[in-house]
Design a protein around this ligand. Sequence first.
Ligand code: AMP
Length: 681
Amino acid sequence: MWLLCGCTSKCLLTSFSRRVVRYSHHFLGKSFNKAACLPEAAGFEGVSDHSGLQQFSVSQTDRFWGAVARQRLTWISPFHTVQDCDLSQGRIKWFEGGKLNVSVNCLDRHIHTFPERVALIWERDEPGSEVKITYRQLLEATCRLGNLLRRRGVKRGDCVTLYMPPCPLAVASMLACARIGAAHNVVFAGFSAEALADRIRDAQSSTVITVNQGVRGGKVTELKKTVDAAVQSCPSVQQVFVAMRTENPVVVTARDVAMEEEMLREAVVCEPAAMDSEDVLFLLYTSGSTGKPKGLVHTQAGYLLYASLTHRYVFDYHDGDVFGCVADIGWITGHSYSVYGPLANGGTTVLFESTPVYPDPGRYWEMVQRLKINQFYGAPTAIRLLIKYGDQWVNKYDRSSLKTLGSVGEPINTEAWDWYHRVVGDGRCPVVDTWWQTETGGICIAPRPSDPDAEIVPGMAMRPFFGIRPVLMDREGKALTSNNTSGALCIAQPWPGMARTIHNDHQRFTETYCQPYPGYFFTGDGAYRSKEGHYQIIGRLDDVINVSGHRIGTAELEDVVNQCPAVAESAVIGYSHDIKGQGVYAFVVLKKGVDVQEADLARQLQDMVSKSIAKYACPDFIQFVRRLPKTRSGKIMRRVLRKVVERDLDGLGDLSTLDDPAAVQEVIQGHQDLCGKEQPQ
Ligand code: AMP
């Protein structure tokens, strides 16, 4: 558990720059005004600055979250208990007794004040063809779809799987589920049929919603065909709703429902279900350190409140701003910051269907100019890619609308941070490096909110959000109290946005998150706390790698590779990649007597990963070895494999526990033959 995976972390720490950037704060003015900052804080005594407010939020948790929840959510009936949590037992309950409907909070309540405000700007793949959807239109689509789902037998408590690209009907589908009390399970539309089928089966969905075809980067993908292939092995699926993204007809089966056509037959009013605060809002699958992805469960009130509060304060989002989160809705970032956070705040949010380089590397900034985006939220991997194309692609476009730049999904190296800040933001926009994960529901550590003019250190997430108490643990499980130290990042008390369980596997939830450090939530990440008390995320401590901001468990990859009849065993590790953050490197041992062309087999293994998981998970390098370095008890020494790939032969450490130290020499030689003298990139 204590190994830092990949050298991104090491590079980050060593290249850690003490440069500090100061800004004049937009919304707080020069002196702290607690009521202007957070109106609820007017009643919080003894709070005179931001850190006082943060302190209040963690020491008087019930008062803080109680006030914020009463003020910011619209309740059908009020809650009687702010929280009933015991992390050591994995019991997490917020706002019990309360009833509400998430779609009402995201739509209906805004209709009274601004029905014609734009809720969604769908930035379609074809540049310049954006579609704007008002709150009134989105409510109408949500209600029609809610009625259709109900008419077709979807009930409160069911789970509907969505396999869709970012588009208004995907958002309407999420909200329609919320409206009638069904949970949704959005599966990233880049996942293969097999990966989709696993998730449909685990979620026990009888209804799937998809589109006929996806369009991304000018290429058409056959999403409906993928769903057809997936449902072959999902006996629970009774119906597939198909929306039309392109005009191309698809093969229709008896279980298919023409979504738009059927929606037109439904009423535009749909009675919202009165949901309990702790009813399930959605499942979202993510990778862990075993082969089986876990369906993290988020519930209604706490999740929505946390997504909306973080959206409002981390990005300094104001009424009338255009919020541009370019994450796909298939990931938690898309859930919290393309959909739920902005809509709960009555905001205007962009749904980005394309890629950063389509039709050219100016795509993001041309979009910023055209849509007048005020907050741009993207991933370091895209920033690193765009740096390579040169500043001219940025400078061509007017970016004066930008006020805040956000980064998410992986550590942002100082070079990328600096370019984002200096070139994209013209040196005038705060860059917020936001740390969080599927499990946390929303941003937990970020440079903002903060005191006015507070420093921002490049490449550092820095400050805990309201209600978050980060703790670093040493190897013995003791909390480290001093600064200028690194440890396992835990969060010392529950917060409303956190996941409640793993679908159908609460034991795995408690074992993974609650038991490693009893009484604390363990994030799986390592972090450094600076002399000044600011946090910097180092990287995963477990066998999870992060490719272009997407999590993949090495065990998941090994499971696929090991299914090949020619393969005896394998070990997959992450290595530092200058665009993707981390790349995938597989060591493969063949069965005795197998005689194959290695290049052919490598291609075959890549195809298998692409078919079983997704293209982005494919190994960049496959090294065939006669044996893997193992301990005498038979455990693969991944640490040694990582050092070999990092070319850190001096750091191989103690090899005396190895069963056969000569195996290491073979691995080193094979690596040099495959990658030459340079580190792989
Ligand atoms: P996911 O749940 O797929 O969003 O992945 C969450 C993981 O991504 C975290 O556990 C971190 O390892 C990594 N991550 C997310 N945001 C950051 C960040 N700002 N800095 C460093 N790592 C991050």
